[in-house]
Design a protein around this ligand. Structure first.
Ligand code: MG
Length: 397
C-alpha cells in the first residue's frame, strides 16, 4: 500500500469536466470463434472522462452483436449518450460511489455503466496517485489492508475458441501450452464436446489444467438431456463446466450441479450482485466467473467477490476480448484474495497485433501477467488512437 491506502485519501473531486466516447475497431491477431460469435476484429467503446484536467479511461465490454448478453455496441453508445452521460454531467459527482448511485436508476446496461464508472474512477485515482488494485483492496471486506500487499502478477489462463477440426484444436491448445499459460479453456457446444475434451486430454495428459465453456448452448436441450451429455465429461478431470444452460436458468443450473461430478461455473447468468446472491442461495454454481462489465462495474464485482468468499465459492476473472484498458482493470481486480483460479487474462499479443496502450500486458516466464503499478489503472492509452477510431462523441455538447 506504500502508506497511501484508499481509506486515507480525500474523496471529493471537482466533478466531471468532459466525457469522450471513442468507438474503435481493432484487428484481431487471429480470428476468434466462440459458440456465439465469429470475429476477425473487435469493435468496442472506450470512454474517456476528464476530471481536473486528468483523463481516465474505461472500456465497454459490449460486443458488436447482442449474442453474448443483451448489450451491444450501438445499444451501449445509445444509453451512454441519452441517459448515462447526461446524468453523470448533472452530478454532483465526487466520490466514485456517487457516480454509481447517479447511474443506478437506469435499469440494466451494466457494461455501459461499468465503462463510464471505470473511466471516472481511473481519473479520480490518478489525481490522488492511488493504484486501482490498492483501491479495490480497500473496497473489499475480505482484505485486511494492514497485512495486504498488492501481488506483482496474477496467473494467466488462455481461452481457445472453436476450431475447424479436432486436430486444429489440439494444435492451438499446444501453442498456448508452449507459451506457458497455466490453464486452458476450450469452448464446447452440443456436438463438439466429448471428442474435443478427450483429444486435448489425450494430447497433453492429466497434468493440463483444463476447463470448458458452453456459452449457454445446452439450454435448448433441457436439463435432463444436457446432464446426460455433459456427464460424459465427468472423469476427464475438468476444473469446471462454464455456463451450460440459459442465462436466466438458475434453477436448471442448480439441478445440473447435482447431476454432474464436474463443478458448474456461471458466467452469463451473473448479471448483478442480486443475481449472484440468488445463484449462491440455490447452489447453482460451485465456481463463479466474475467480469466487471457484466455486473455493472468494479465496485459490484468486489462485492460479488466478497459474497463468494463468504460462501466458499471460488471466483476467477473472465475475459471479453479486452484491449489493454479493460485488461488493466481485470488484472487489478484479480489481485483480490478469492481469485484462486487463473483468469482469462491472456497477454495482449494473444488477441491484438496493436493494442491501444503503450505497454501492453505480456506473459511472464512463470505463466503470469504483471499487474500495472502506476496510479489509476496503471496503463497509458496511445496518442494515435485515431488509427483505430470509427467515431468520437464528446460532452458537454
Ligand atoms: Mg464464458
Amino acid at each position: 500500500m506504500n502508506g497511501l491506502g484508499p481509506r486515507s485519501v480525500p474523496s471529493r473531486t471537482a466533478g466531471i469536466g468532459r466525457i469522450d466516447v471513442h468507438r474503435i475497431r481493432l484487428p484481431l491477431a487471429r480470428p476468434w470463434v466462440s459458440p456465439v460469435a465469429a470475429l476477425v476484429d473487435r469493435e468496442l467503446l472506450l470512454v474517456a472522462v476528464t476530471v481536473e484536467g486528468v483523463v481516465g479511461w474505461g472500456e465497454c465490454a459490449a460486443p458488436v452483436e447482442p449474442t453474448y448478453s443483451p448489450e451491444y455496441v450501438d445499444g451501449a453508445l445509445g444509453v451512454l449518450a441519452r441517459h448515462l452521460i447526461p446524468r453523470a454531467l448533472q452530478g454532483p459527482v465526487g466520490d466514485p460511489a456517487d457516480l454509481d448511485r447517479i447511474l443506478a436508476p437506469v435499469k440494466g446496461h451494466p457494461m455501459a455503466k461499468a465503462a463510464l464508472s471505470a473511466a471516472y474512477l481511473d481519473a479520480h485515482l490518478r489525481i490522488r496517485g492511488v493504484n486501482l488494485a490498492d483501491h479495490l483492496a480497500g473496497l473489499s471486506r475480505r482484505v485486511d489492508l494492514a497485512r495486504w500487499f498488492r501481488p506483482a502478477a496474477v496467473p494467466a489462463g488462455a481461452a481457445v475458441g472453436v476450431s475447424d477440426s479436432i486436430d486444429a484444436l489440439v494444435s492451438e491448445v499446444g501453442d498456448r501450452v508452449a507459451e506457458g499459460y497455466r490453464r486452458i479453456k476450450i469452448k464446447v457446444h452440443p456436438g463438439w464436446d466429448l471428442e474435443a475434451v478427450v483429444a486435448v486430454r489425450g494430447a497433453f495428459g492429466a497434468g493440463l489444467a483444463l476447463q470448458v465453456d458452453a456459452n449457454a448452448t445446452y439450454g435448448s436441450l433441457g436439463v435432463v438431456e444436457a446432464a446426460r451429455r455433459l456427464a460424459r465429461l465427468d472423469g476427464h478431470g475438468l476444473i469446471m463446466i462454464e455456463q451450460p444452460l440459459g442465462d436466466e436458468d438458475l434453477v436448471g443450473h442448480a439441478r445440473l450441479a447435482e447431476l454432474l461430478g464436474t463443478p458448474v461455473c456461471l458466467d452469463e447468468s451473473i448479471s448483478s450482485y442480486d443475481v449472484a446472491v440468488s445463484a449462491l442461495a440455490l447452489r447453482a454454481c460451485g465456481v463463479l466467473n466474475l467480469k466487471p462489465g457484466r455486473v455493472g462495474g468494479l465496485a459490484p464485482a468486489v462485492a460479488i467477490h466478497d459474497l463468494c468468499a463468504d460462501a466458499g465459492v471460488a471466483v476467477w476473472c473472465g475475459g471479453m476480448l479486452e484491449t489493454g484498458v479493460g485488461r488493466a482493470a481485470n488484472l487489478a481486480l484479480a489481485t483480490l484474495p478469492n481469485f484462486t483460479l487463473p483468469g482469462d487474462l491472456s497477454a495482449s499479443d494473444r488477441y491484438w497485433v496493436n493494442d491501444v496502450v503503450t505497454h501492453p500486458a505480456r506473459l511472464r516466464g512463470d505463466g503470469s501477467v504483471a499487474v500495472p503499478t502506476g496510479a489509476g489503472n496503471g496503463v497509458e492509452v496511445i496518442d494515435d488512437l485515431s488509427r483505430w477510431t470509427l467515431s468520437i462523441e464528446s460532452w458537454p455538447r
